[in-house]
Write a protein that binds this ligand. Structure first.
Ligand SMILES: NC(=O)c1ccc[n+]([C@@H]2O[C@H](COP(=O)([O-])OP(=O)(O)OC[C@H]3O[C@@H](n4cnc5c(N)ncnc54)[C@H](O)[C@@H]3O)[C@@H](O)[C@H]2O)c1
Length: 255
């Protein structure tokens, strides 16, 4: 889809990192932006700088997200682009060194935050997109979820995160098929380590160690590199139903 002054995007997790960079690139090309993020985030500041609106939310409040999306769509006047990066993991092994099993509530929370919340946002967002007039090639909207390369080669202690991100990757094609009849495309981006709020605590030495098995470049990704991929997906009508690694050729080792 083309980005014009009437193209509307909601950026969930858009107060920081990769989603913020995507909102910035989208706004720089003329699109209208709504940022949805935690109340405690810098969402209001980011939205103001982009001439957009801020909508405080918690993606784990599944019912509340319906109202948040309604408000954001109301403020924008429509919805064509929905990007979601809200998520995160837990560092817990299936059985820990003391012989204790992975707490099930921790596993459940990671699934809820990443997989269930993403699907909730997608199903609600698609209803709004279905109301759009299709463009000249029949497109009504584009949704992008965020997985991780841990969806494919999770490291020791990432079992919940891998299950959640693997679920996001797995549902991408099925959802694209479900929504094909209404001209809504669905894609997932699987980043390697990126320099964002989530990884801000990793020292330079640690970052070198964590990216040493990348092909090139051997460094953490920059938020604008995620954004460039997200915008390319939005603009290219043939991008649909798959998960794209943005990882410098990195394959995570077991630890
Ligand atoms: N940074 C990395 O190295 C990396 C690598 C692979 C995958 N990811 C994925 O990217 C996403 C994180 O994005 P980022 O790296 O740009 O981090 P970030 O912390 O800079 O941005 C994430 C944004 O999501 C918001 N958020 C978190 N929980 C939320 C909730 N419950 N409701 C609403 N908003 C919430 C945060 O407030 C923040 O603004 C996660 O899904 C993570 O699994 C990150």
């Amino acid at each position: 889809m083309e980005i014009t002054k009437d193209t509307c995007g909601i950026f969930v997790g858009g107060a920081s990192g990769m989603c913020r960079a995507t909102a910035e690139q989208f706004a720089a090309r003329g699109g209208k932006v709504a940022i949805a993020d935690l109340e405690s985030s810098k969402g209001a500041e980011v939205a103001e700088a982009l001439g957009g609106t801020f909508h405080a939310c918690n993606v784990m409040d599944y019912d509340g997200m319906e109202q948040v999306l309604n408000e954001a769509v109301g403020a924008l006047g429509g919805l064509h682009f929905l990007v979601n990066t809200a998520g995160g993991g837990a560092a817990t092994r299936t059985v820990n060194k003391n012989g204790e099993p992975h707490p099930l509530d921790v596993f459940q929370r990671v699934i809820d935050l990443n997989l269930i919340a993403s699907f909730n946002i997608n199903r609600l967002g698609a209803v709004h997109m279905a109301k759009n007039e299709p463009n000249d090639v029949g497109e009504r909207g584009v949704m992008i979820n965020t997985a991780s390369i841990a969806a494919f080669e999770g490291q020791i202690g990432q079992v919940a995160y891998t299950a959640a991100k693997g679920g996001i990757a797995a549902m991408t094609l099925t959802m694209a098929r479900d929504l094909g009849t209404i001209g809504v495309r669905v894609m997932t981006i699987a980043p390697s380590l990126f320099e964002t709020g989530l990884t801000a605590g990793i020292p330079d030495e640690g970052a070198l160690q964590l990216t040493k098995d990348a092909a090139f470049p051997k460094r953490m990704g920059k938020p604008h590199e995620f954004a460039t991929m997200a915008i390319a997906i939005f603009e290219c009508a043939m991008m649909n139903g798959s998960t794209i690694r943005v990882d410098g050729g990195q394959r995570f080792q077991p630890r």
